[in-house]
Design a protein around this ligand. Sequence first.
Ligand SMILES: [Zn+2]
Length: 441
Amino acid sequence: MNIAEKLSTLVKFRTVSSYHPEEEDEASFASFIEALPGLFPGAHAALERTLVGPRGIVYRWRGKNPALKPAIFCAHFDVVPASESDPWGEPPFSGTIKDGYVWGRGTQDIKVQIACILESAETLLSAGFIPERTLYFAFGGDEEVGGRRGAGAISVWFSEQKIHASWVIDEGSPVGQGVVNFVQKPIALIGVAEKGYADIVVEVEGAGGHASMPPKHTALGALAHAIARIEDNPFPARITKTSDEFLGALTPHAAAPYRQIFSLRHILRPVILKAFSASPSTNAMVRTTCAATMAQASPKENVLPNLARAVINVRIMPGTTVAEVIARFNELVAPYGAKAYAKFPEHIVEPSAESSTSSEGWNSIVAAIAEAFPDAVPAPFLFTAGTDTKHYRGITDDIYRFQPLVQTPADLAAVHNVNEKVSVENLERCVRFYHALMNRQ
Ligand SMILES: [Zn+2]
């Protein structure tokens, strides 16, 4: 079976995770785990497998030198829902292979990574390769709903085994083609940091009563002012160590006048921050973003609200804390009688640290990129979404978030959407990347 057929097989299992575990199809998760030995028999014969709880799979590939800290390769095997009634070109759980693509949910996010990691190990094992350092593969089955049962449980297991890794690599940003207009070459975006996440409630209490004799501002009107004030006072833009190194990496490859501007970036910081603030995708790289997403007030047209409440979804820059965000909101909304607090304190994720760009892990990832994606410019990147690596912060020195697939903005639009698919050419590059990375350990 080739790698496309193996991925196709994995896509067929409906491993859709849910915040309500009773809604999950337990049998699909179990069958997915049971299918791996048949697809990757060499890896299963040589590597030790431990099932950690119902949603965690760990493989250990014992290295020759126990003095070296291990490396951990992560991925997740759950997917977000997909409906057959949505306009997919091929059904989402069919795993159809057609015209050089494998179709379906999980082909990009991120069963592809599990298939390619195990395939690379399979190839290296058949050539008699044994790594110097021990390698772990850590696969979780609930990343899309927080990762507590998968990566969370695995991280506890690592702690219990007293395992501290040199570095961790998980899903993340891709080899982006055409993702910025000032660099023609593909950019291998290596996520060295991850933004934090919080849902913040802003609420205003009202007196209620009949809508025929309203006060100047109802609770809802006051809330509208409070939200507008938050929108009108964005967090200050700043260039972190990661963004500075990102611009530094791109400078030699950037078109004029960007090359000149980036090379003078320490003097031209205000100009760069202004330019980045102009579009949502680059704005997210330089500041904590706030999106008002939900609101509720009176249940009836002619009744004044007793309470008006909105939710602001916040993505937090490294170096800022959730407590600072809430304090800032409270200061901004106090004039309207509003207050702010975390909606689900247990779902808060503080921003990550910024990983090293000179570590063993970084150097071998960059070398593997040079082998698998010789045209690409490697660049450190601030990953603006979340990954399972939030659970691994305590058990490793450095975390890297990288998806070894060449992706255009159109390809990226299919993630969590209809028509998720991956080209066979991309699959082969992905295997080459992990092969090169493991071969260096
Ligand atoms: Zn994912």
